[in-house]
Design a protein around this ligand. Structure first.
Ligand code: DX5
Ligand code: ZN
Length: 227
């Protein structure tokens, strides 16, 4: 099983305390910073954008995890500052399969880690045709667009099925990133089902309480799930 990583969802972080929050993530050894980009079209909401990613890259060496919830990401990719080791996810639902492959290839060509994002309604088998072009899958456990939702039923079974599919296709090294309602109770269950990157927001570390304490609590719960 792959080592687990945590990717805090920055849309859930208080903008007025952002620098302090990033310092605390650096101290806790956080692996990625999840940046939700929304265009008001692919999802009914607007969120973080290119300048935000640029400022974040200048501020910290933690790799970015850019989640593009935009229509036709292929046309928009060049506006984003990403490079070696940054995850960039494009949604299966956001363009034709051919353009999605081109977008994934462009991400890889710039040194990024291309991930295919799939909504809760997409069968996990959707991923099969994209395996040659990806480093991992961003499995939505809520419908994308808003923080603070409840996990869609059947998500744990989808993680198990996707892990099986990737392993049986000869790709145990491919990440499964889960996004949406990753709370202290569900994260260990998601881990046991085969997830390895955890997007954490209002449901856990960026909810009530001290961010460092919350982060260490999440890390120790995931470590416990591995024992
Ligand atoms: C959607 C977002 C949300 C959210 C995660 O792409 O990434 O899922 O901010 O945090 P929760 O679900 O805990 O509010
Ligand atoms: Zn996201």
């Amino acid at each position: 099983m792959l080592k687990f990583s945590i990717s805090p969802s920055l849309m859930c972080a208080d903008i007025f305390s952002l620098r302090e929050i990033i310092r605390s993530f650096e101290k806790c050894g956080i692996a990625y910073l999840h940046i939700d980009v929304m265009d008001g079209e692919f999802v009914p909401n607007f969120c973080l954008g290119t300048d935000y990613c640029r400022r974040m890259k200048a501020e910290t060496s933690i790799p970015l995890d850019i989640h593009l919830m935009v229509t036709k990401p292929l046309k928009k990719l060049s506006a984003f500052p990403f490079g070696e080791g940054d995850i960039v996810s494009v949604h299966y639902e956001s363009d034709s399969p051919g353009n999605t492959v081109l977008a994934l290839k462009e991400i890889a060509a710039k040194g990024g880690r291309p991930f295919l994002a799939i909504n809760p309604d997409a069968p996990v088998e959707t991923v099969k045709d994209f395996i040659p072009y990806i480093s991992g899958v961003l499995l939505m456990t809520v419908y994308p667009g808003f923080a603070g939702q409840k996990m869609v039923e059947g998500s744990l079974e989808r993680i198990t099925a996707l892990r099986k599919l990737l392993d049986e296709s000869g790709h145990p090294e491919m990440n499964i990133e889960v996004d949406g309602n990753v709370n202290y109770e569900k994260a260990p269950l998601m881990r046991k089902a085969g997830a390895d990157i955890f997007v954490v927001g209002t449901s856990s570390i960026l909810g009530p309480g001290d961010i460092s304490e919350n982060t260490y609590k999440m890390i120790s719960l995931l470590e416990e799930a591995d024992r």
